[in-house]
Design a protein around this ligand. Structure first.
Ligand code: ADP
Ligand code: MG
Length: 237
């Protein structure tokens, strides 16, 4: 489903962090929000999932205006860097939790959990608790949990930041595979330009609360429209 931010403004007290941002993510597209620390990536994501109220502008999921809809009323799945799994629950219970809250019958929850476990390839780990899983496996569980209610939009905030280099490589391609297989519209927040270039269809490069260039990875790399863009793409953080 297409996601559209129009004229989005966000302030904390007197400080304007995002000013009049427009962003359209096409249906089935994976968009990177890329930029240095503090440029407003997470703030944008929090507004999209409904954790933060917007101070101005509008947000649409498809034709539906969700600007004033609560976080629970929006169809979003989120995975954060520190989005902790419930430590006392097994992987199966973690993944199924959003459905349990909805009071779905147990047998149906089990079926849905198995469908997601298949997708993220942890079918053999469902009895384990988070402490018995590797970082990559925990992220797979978090992804499955984020997607079990079949959200319209998947939001990922630095999902690989806590993984070691080898796992990060593996999970880059895994997240992309899962996104492609499901066709879900997704936004990946990252400060890592290699991650954005290798995982996403398009990149919105941000600086100081503004999108300074929005392009495909190839276009942005070949044709940076400012020194800032060229510098950011050229220098690993
Ligand atoms: P990024 O995710 O790109 O690193 P953030 O969106 O977290 O950046 O933050 C953007 C700016 O907004 C930063 O200057 C940050 O200090 C500020 N900010 C974020 N959250 C809050 C908050 N709850 N209260 C005040 N300022 C905030
Ligand atoms: Mg952030």
């Amino acid at each position: 489903m297409e996601l559209r931010l129009e004229n989005f403004t966000k302030r904390f007290g007197d400080v304007t962090v995002i000013e009049n941002m427009d962003l359209t993510v096409n249906s089935g597209e994976m968009m990177a929000l890329l930029g240095p620390s503090g440029c407003g990536k997470s703030t944008t994501l929090f507004a999209i999932c409904g954790i933060h109220k917007m101070n101005g502008g509008a947000l649409y999921f498809g034709d539906r205006d969700v600007t004033t809809v609560s976080a629970q009323g929006r169809s979003v799945g989120v995975v954060f860097q520190n989005y902790a799994l419930y430590p006392h629950m097994t992987a199966e219970q973690n993944i199924g939790f959003p459905l349990k809250v909805q009071r779905m019958p147990k047998a149906e929850i089990r079926r849905e959990v198995e469908r997601l476990a298949d997708l993220v390839q942890i079918g053999n780990l469902l009895d384990r608790r988070p402490a018995e899983l590797s970082g990559g496996q925990q992220q797979r569980v978090a992804l499955a949990r984020a997607m079990i209610r079949k959200p319209d939009v998947l939001l990922l905030d630095e999902p690989l930041a806590n993984l070691d280099a080898k796992l990060r490589l593996e999970m880059r391609s895994e997240i992309r595979r899962i996104q492609r297989e499901t066709g879900i519209t997704a936004i990946l927040v990252t400060h890592d330009q290699v991650e954005a270039m290798s995982m996403c269809d398009r990149i919105a490069l941000m600086r100081d609360g503004k999108i300074v260039q929005l392009d495909t990875p190839e276009q942005m790399y070949r044709n940076p429209q400012s020194q800032f863009v060229a510098g950011f793409l050229g220098n690993p953080p």
